[in-house]
Ligand binder design. Structure first.
Ligand SMILES: Cc1ncc(COP(=O)(O)O)c(C=O)c1O
Length: 199
């Protein structure tokens, strides 16, 4: 597909600013980075993406929608692996794309949304579909051409898992808090003072 990426080891606004080029077409981050669970300033990086007129895409797999809504902090597109917490039982693979409909695809950088699409009867997505242009193109061209659709049984497994997301995340969070408190008490702990630990 001719895609190239520039990796920024620390997900800071400065690093994204240095890495961005004329031909940059998206800024992509993980809200909690795999594998070190780095926490990033989503609002600051959203501003950087705005400045470059590119969509800000956040992989929110680890935080889950229960703990964090990246759209509230400026993300234009959010993706999740459903395979992990959302399914939660290890029986199915899947992914999801959530389009906030907030990105302006008509800013001159994305002709695939402003010129007739040869793959869909000359449809001009930005004119015909407006704010839902991206997610519609993903469905009617991407899904059709690449076939990345969930099987009904996997979809069923995942929706069953989703129903208990709240209970599981609350338990994971209270377990993590207990562990952090215990580690903090240990004489050789490197955690330092976790002053923002809540009860
Ligand atoms: C943050 C994050 N997003 C996406 C994926 C990919 O998930 P899947 O295996 O469902 O394709 C992973 C897998 O490790 C991940 O850690």
């Amino acid at each position: 597909m001719g895609l190239r990426r520039r990796l920024s080891i620390r997900q800071s606004r400065e690093n994204f600013s240095k890495a961005a080029q004329e031909n940059t077409r998206a800024i992509f981050v993980e809200s909690l980075g795999n594998p070190k669970l780095d926490v990033l300033d989503i609002k600051a990086i959203a501003k950087e993406a705005n400045a470059h007129k590119v969509p800000f895409i956040v992989d929110n797999t680890v935080a889950t929608p229960y703990l964090l809504n990246p759209i509230a902090f400026g993300a234009n597109i959010v993706i999740h692996s459903l395979t992990k917490y959302i399914n939660g039982n290890g029986t199915a693979l899947g992914g999801i794309i959530v389009d906030a409909g907030t990105f302006d695809w008509t800013n001159g950088k994305f002709p695939e949304f402003t010129e007739p699409s040869a793959g869909y009867h000359g449809l001009i997505y930005s004119e015909a579909i407006g704010p839902a242009a991206f997610i519609t193109k993903i469905r009617i061209e991407g899904l059709r051409d690449y076939g990345g659709a969930l099987s009904p049984f996997n979809a069923f497994q995942i929706i069953q898992g989703l129903e208990t997301l709240e209970l599981r995340i609350l338990k994971h969070s209270s377990n993590a808090l207990e562990l952090a408190k215990w580690l903090q008490e240990q004489p050789r702990s490197h955690l330092g003072k976790l002053s923002r630990l809540r009860k």
